[in-house]
Ligand binder design. Structure first.
Ligand SMILES: [Zn+2]
Length: 317
């Protein structure tokens, strides 16, 4: 009797959930055969209040052939040279190395909209709005990738194993959010990025993070003093970080833009002031004369750092 009395209530409570579950199964069935860009855009727009599905799709991101630990695609947008104009410099822009720094992904989408409208061929851009899709696109977003590794400590720097281990144990007291992994470039996301730097040969790397509210710079001088409301404040280098690897070891300028909040987007005004200052600085300062030399010795430096990429390349001939 009791069961019967409850049944209509239970049915009423369960129906929407059941319908939702059926929808979800259908969507997942579609997802397995669907375009990976569409699927990833659906997930990004669910996660980020400031990136709608339409905005993400309009970006016309492409697959790179690289996949995260959980086999989500690393997507890229290229703004190639135009016509007869030789670009002044190549620029690699990155968002979302840390999956819980939402604004670092959203703002790169906003800047891609600016490029969609105004790309003039002055620079040759490759833009990766989300390097760590597994970190962002899960129920509770994480700084780390799906193997629990801080990608920004996984790049080859001198004496990688001892230095990152020592730093992690003594300076961070084994903070799991700063775990560098067992070996440099152990992760598909960091491995892809290092290979992309080697093959694309950017004159500058722009990496967006949050929430320290500063501008950081590694590599050959001179650093920009400010971009929008971000003022230069050299944070120092960490064993295994991208700034240390690309900027200090390889001598490729790395601009790190630390937005002041991970969860709140800068105003439209600040978003465009940072952009204008970035473009102006690049137009005045790039290419640095030494960057060509940096790539001439890229493999030598990588080998000296014992990078698994060069070891693998060597083994493969
Ligand atoms: Zn970060």
């Amino acid at each position: 009797m009791r069961l019967l009395r409850l049944t209509p209530l239970l049915i009423a409570a369960l129906l929407p959930a059941a319908a939702w579950a059926a929808d979800k199964t259908a969507a997942e069935g579609l997802a397995s055969t669907a375009d990976p860009v569409q699927v990833t855009c659906e997930k990004i727009s669910h996660k980020l209040g400031s990136v709608s599905l339409a905005e993400c799709l309009q970006a016309s991101l492409q697959t790179t052939g690289a996949w995260s630990v959980q086999e989500q695609p690393i997507l890229i947008k290229e703004y190639p040279p135009l016509g007869n104009r030789t670009p002044r410099a190549r620029v690699l822009m990155l968002g979302g190395i840390h999956g819980d720094e939402y604004s670092s992904v959203s703002i790169v989408f906003k800047w891609m909209q600016t490029l969609d409208r105004y790309h003039s061929g002055l620079f040759h851009w490759r833009v990766v709005p989300l390097l760590n899709p597994d970190g962002l696109l899960q129920a509770e977003s994480s700084r780390l990738n799906a193997n629990g590794i801080d990608l920004n400590r996984n790049f080859p720097t001198p004496d990688w194993y001892a230095q990152t281990r020592d730093y992690w144990e003594r300076r961070t007291h084994k903070d799991p959010r700063r775990y560098p992994g067992e070996a440099a470039l152990s992760e598909p996301e960091s491995r892809w990025l290092y290979e992309e730097i080697r093959s694309f040969k950017p004159d500058v790397i722009v990496s967006v993070h949050a929430p320290y509210g500063v501008l950081d710079f590694d590599g050959p001088p001179r650093a920009p003093n400010r971009m929008g409301y971000l003022h230069l404040n050299l944070l120092g280098t960490y064993p295994g970080s991208l700034g240390n690897c690309a900027g200090v070891q390889h001598r490729i300028p790395v601009i790190t833009m630390e937005l002041p909040s991970a969860g709140i987007m800068p105003s439209d005004g600040e978003t465009s002031r940072m952009w204008t200052d970035l473009v102006r600085w690049m137009a005045r300062n790039l290419p640095k004369r030494d960057t060509k030399k940096a790539y001439a010795s890229f493999d030598d430096i990588a080998r000296a750092l014992n990078s698994p990429l060069t070891v693998r390349t060597k083994a493969g001939g």
